[in-house]
Design a protein around this ligand. Structure first.
Ligand code: PMP
Length: 290
């Protein structure tokens, strides 16, 4: 495996960053997780745009144009001869001193890793996940906006620790006001009265690219979508529930906090959207190999 670091393609063992990198010292940086399916990079432009917006929000200069970065992502896939992959693009503040001041970091660092992806176990897509509501609240937007996909994921990691200690794979994070925000690494959707419901961006969520793709698919096939305020009451009374994310794709949820959702099996609309999403991944995206 070859990892791209600041202009070099390095063997996995040699792919290392400085202990003075502020990404390492402070989580000062941004990242993206991107998928390639059958030789096409899915929603690459959208991911790159979000990366630049995250960087803009923390005043981080990427030192490359979006087009140059797109070419680099493709080059890493080509060098590793990967048609199906999970790509991690990381931009850290770069090497500085032990203080917080980003001005001490003259140049940001760019890392691109392309590897195979570990999804949820295959049976979970058929049977559905059991999840819980965690007690860790999602960061408030005026402290650290959840829209920034930053290298500081402690908020989500604390929530993830709760889920693993409870013996489940995901958890719902509420925002500081008690409204449903998202899962630790995925967005959440409900179905009620044939309407697709999902927390609005203002609830303090990462604006997921899979979320946007699923909303578009739903609208295209005539399913009404509402981006709204949701509580655990809405979750417990939903007919269907599912999560979306680059790694997770679309995964049904059948139990929340020990309560069975709908019929306790993946719902009809969920399965329809899951199939449509898979179809989209097969035909959408920039080709890696000519
Ligand atoms: N929310 C959080 C907190 C995430 O980290 C992610 C990505 N893993 C998502 C939602 C889903 O976003 P996307 O569909 O763009 O991967």
């Amino acid at each position: 495996m070859k990892v791209y670091i600041d202009g070099k393609y390095l063997k996995k063992k040699e792919a290392k960053v400085s202990v003075f990198d502020h990404g390492f010292l402070y989580g000062d940086g941004v990242f993206e997780g991107i998928r390639a399916y059958k030789g096409r990079v899915f929603k690459l432009k959208e991911h790159i745009d979000r990366l630049y917006e995250s960087a803009q929000a923390i005043l981080l200069d990427i030192h490359l144009s979006r087009e140059e970065l797109i070419k680099l992502v493709i080059s890493v896939l080509r060098i590793n001869n990967l048609k199906d992959a999970y790509i991690r693009v990381v931009v850290s503040r770069g090497v500085g001193d032990l203080g917080l001041d980003p001005r001490k970091c003259p140049k940001s660092s760019l890392i691109i890793i392309a590897d195979k992806i570990q999804l949820y176990p295959e049976e979970m897509y058929k049977k559905g996940l059991e999840i819980i509501t965690v007690s860790t609240r999602r960061n408030i937007a005026d402290a650290l906006s959840p829209r920034i996909k930053s290298l500081n994921y402690l908020n989500n990691i604390l929530a993830k620790i709760e889920t693993t200690r409870a013996g489940v794979l995901e958890g719902i994070m509420l925002n500081s006001q008690g409204y449903v925000a998202e899962a630790t690494g995925d967005n959440i959707f409900l179905v009620k009265n044939n309407i697709l419901l999902t927390p609005s961006v203002g609830c303090g969520i990462l604006k997921g690219i899979t979320r946007d793709a699923v909303i578009k698919i739903a609208e295209d096939i005539g399913i009404k979508v509402e981006e709204t305020l949701l509580t655990t009451y809405d979750v417990y009374n939903a007919e269907e529930c599912f999560l979306t994310g680059t790694a997770a794709e679309v995964i049904p949820v059948v139990k929340v906090d020990g309560r069975i959702i709908g019929c306790g099996t993946p719902g009809k609309i969920t399965l329809k959207l899951l199939a449509a999403f898979h179809n989209l991944t097969k035909c959408e995206g920039i080709k890696i190999f000519e």
